[in-house]
Design a protein around this ligand. Structure first.
Ligand code: CUA
Length: 339
């Protein structure tokens, strides 16, 4: 193949890759536009390394082109240039300069890395969240508040939230591009990190470690609210309205008890829901997403209940395609009543 064809092909591959990497949704939400102080200090590190790399690139290219032009072979001159091997001065120069550059990069990198992994202070005021990753969903437990939830991490704005991260199965990685991360979640080990959000909003989170068939679908959201809204959310979670009101909801609760309860817990109901294999569904009706992925509406809920494996390949959630139309509708009614 000619060189021209080769580079044309390479270029088109890069073009496709660039398109893929920018993604189709919300391309503006990146680490380059942080919305919290953890994200800001990570951006500072990224910029520091980019500036050092630009500096090295420019200096090396300048020397390269200078040498290329200044020492090019001139017509009629066949002499051997002056040989410089073993020059102590030059050897020292190109050993010491990289060491200095690496030190400039290493010192802030190490200190930032350690400060971003800081654990919650012992004074009892800090907001702690235990994050447990599962194939393919996220569990968020607030041990000091007695709340367990899934897929949506609620935090108050302008406060450091301390995360204790672990995994139930394989290695995952917690990443909210605008706020903080990435931090691995390893089975049998707890890693720590903290994050904060300066403005209320919903921030997209991703799993950043290949963890199985639905790794790329293991999404979650961080919902940052003013302290008063957060307190209200806490109060609702602690005292959820989970008791069915209508006849459909009551029948739906029966369907839930028989089919879903061994895996899914709902707090605040009179039944003993002990399930913890799947996401805790307390307040499900108020979540933005079904399965952390699709808009939380009736149609998507039914799609998920009927064929979860078609939406998240490899999910442990079984198909509930066998429910008759009436049971399915009642179950949805019940789930939509969980506020
Ligand atoms: Cu979990 Cu990738």
């Amino acid at each position: 193949m000619s060189r021209g064809k080769h580079s044309a092909r390479l270029l088109s591959i890069f073009a496709i890759l660039t398109l893929l990497m920018t993604g189709c949704e919300e391309p503006a939400k990146t680490v380059f536009d942080p919305k919290g102080s953890a994200g800001e200090s990570q951006l500072d590190l990224i910029m520091l390394s980019i500036y050092i790399m630009i500096f090295v690139f420019v200096v090396v290219m300048a020397i390269f082109f200078y040498v290329l032009i200044r020492y090019r072979q001139k017509p009629g001159d066949n002499s051997i240039p002056k040989q410089i091997e073993g020059s102590m001065k030059l050897e020292l120069l190109w050993i010491v300069i990289p060491i200095i550059l690496l030190a400039i990069l290493a010192v802030p990198t190490l200190s930032t890395t350690f400060s971003l992994a800081e654990e919650a202070p012992d004074n009892g005021d800090a907001l702690r969240v235990k994050v447990t990753a599962h194939q393919y969903w996220w569990e968020f437990e607030y041990p000091d508040l007695g709340i367990k939830t899934a897929q949506e991490l609620h935090i108050p704005t302008n406060e450091k939230v301390y995360l204790e991260l672990t995994s139930d199965d394989v290695i995952h990685s917690f990443w909210v591009p605008e706020l903080a991360g990435k931090q691995d979640l390893n089975p049998g080990k707890t890693n720590t990190m903290w994050l904060d959000a300066k403005e209320p909003g919903t921030y997209a989170g991703r799993c950043a470690e290949l963890c199985g068939a639905s790794h790329a679908l293991m999404n979650f959201e961080v919902v940052a609210e003013d302290r008063s809204d957060f307190d209200q959310w806490v109060a609702e979670r602690k005292n959820p309205s989970s008791e069915p009101q209508t006849a459909e909801q009551k029948a739906g609760k029966e369907v839930f008890t028989q089919n879903c309860m061994s895996c899914h817990a709902i707090d605040g109901t009179k039944m003993k829901t002990k399930g913890d294999k799947g996401p805790n569904l307390t307040g499900f009706a108020k979540r933005n997403k079904v399965a952390g992925l699709m808009e939380n509406n009736d149609e998507n809920l039914e799609k998920w209940l009927k064929h979860p494996d078609q939406i998240k390949p490899g999910t442990y959630m079984p198909s509930f395609d066998y429910l008759n139309k009436k049971d399915m509708n009642n179950l949805k009614e019940y789930l939509r009543s969980l506020e």
